[in-house]
Design a protein around this ligand. Sequence first.
Ligand SMILES: NC(=O)c1ccc[n+]([C@@H]2O[C@H](COP(=O)([O-])OP(=O)(O)OC[C@H]3O[C@@H](n4cnc5c(N)ncnc54)[C@H](O)[C@@H]3O)[C@@H](O)[C@H]2O)c1
Ligand SMILES: [Zn+2]
Ligand SMILES: [Zn+2]
Length: 363
Amino acid sequence: MKAAVLNAQPGPLEIEDILIDKPGPDEVLLQVKGAGLCHSDLHFMEGLFRTKLPAVLGHESAGIVEAVGENVRYVKPGDHVICCTSIFCGQCRQCLSGHPYRCTNPAATSRPRGSASRLTKHDGTAVDQFARLGGFGEQMLIHQNGVVKITPDMPLDRAALIGCGITTGMGAVFRTAQVPPGASVCVIGAGGIGLAAIQAARIAGAVQVIVVDVSDEKLEVARQLGGTHVVNASKVDNVVEAVRELSDGGVEYSFEAIGLKATSEQAFNMLGVGGTATVIGMVPSTQKLEIRGIDLLAEKKLQGSMMGSNQFRTDMPNMVSMYLDGRLKLDEMVSATLKLEQINEGYAAMKRGEVTRQVIVFD
Ligand SMILES: NC(=O)c1ccc[n+]([C@@H]2O[C@H](COP(=O)([O-])OP(=O)(O)OC[C@H]3O[C@@H](n4cnc5c(N)ncnc54)[C@H](O)[C@@H]3O)[C@@H](O)[C@H]2O)c1
Ligand SMILES: [Zn+2]
Ligand SMILES: [Zn+2]
């Protein structure tokens, strides 16, 4: 099958023909129909975070089940599914206490050490699957606890976006921060993740949704999707002051959806008393954040969010329903549909900040 492989860090993706194994007892083989371009893959292509190489990147995918292993009862061939990196074992303390996205036993849902790799090159080299998914290929072979079944009414190129960006952004608002109706919210970064957070804030009933970005085009999309006020960070002297002014002294909830030290600190500094800042962006692993200790006395909180603290087997079908009933806007978020061969151009456009979400479609 054809797949986009990362062979070096930093490095581009290379389209290669590779081999995919048959499903093991708990595995499902999928025909991929849609794969979204998330900034996380770009961080790895740029070498900001390490990963095993060579690897098929991609982790925001939807497709149709082609074959299943002998223990699989949850799905059957022909079922439509969305994949999620939050593959749960269902047995560890985190899984059993309602936090399956924090599963601490990835070995239970991976092939045993020393067994055949799910993916290999023609010369026998094992190929890793990024996030144990590897979505930038025509097929995926993954553990059954990494998929959720959805209605066939849902277009799969749109369903793919729910696989990471939508679940992460909406989950940060609904689950991690639990934004209540009437809240004041600021979202910094209006890319795929930020736009999902903005929509979740609107759906949750936030009265004020301030959006900060450096691109007027992104801010315009943000306004259409639920932003009530916009701030172009490249056109104001001080982002924090601009947001504090708009929110009468600071917002109750802020979300950072970029992955930078400066904007993570802005998210904390723009809070009003008792506010909560949630950093969704992947801040480079060696980067430290600085906040003023005295602000903690005002009960301001700084927290992270992993994949929107999801419970994806129930959350994702809910998001599908919200798309089908018109509350969740996905079509408006897609700025381009690409072929797999155009993937590096797609990431170059993301790096230049020109696009909201792009999705690869497979015939
Ligand atoms: N926590 C998680 O589980 C999780 C999951 C998925 C993605 N992420 C991370 O979320 C982040 C966002 O991902 P994405 O796919 O939405 O990226 P993206 O590139 O689509 O969006 C980033 C946005 O930030 C804007 N921006 C850049 N610099 C800015 C600045 N200084 N001030 C204001 N705006 C600025 C850009 O114009 C762009 O609109 C990435 O770091 C990604 O790795 C985290
Ligand atoms: Zn992602
Ligand atoms: Zn677990």
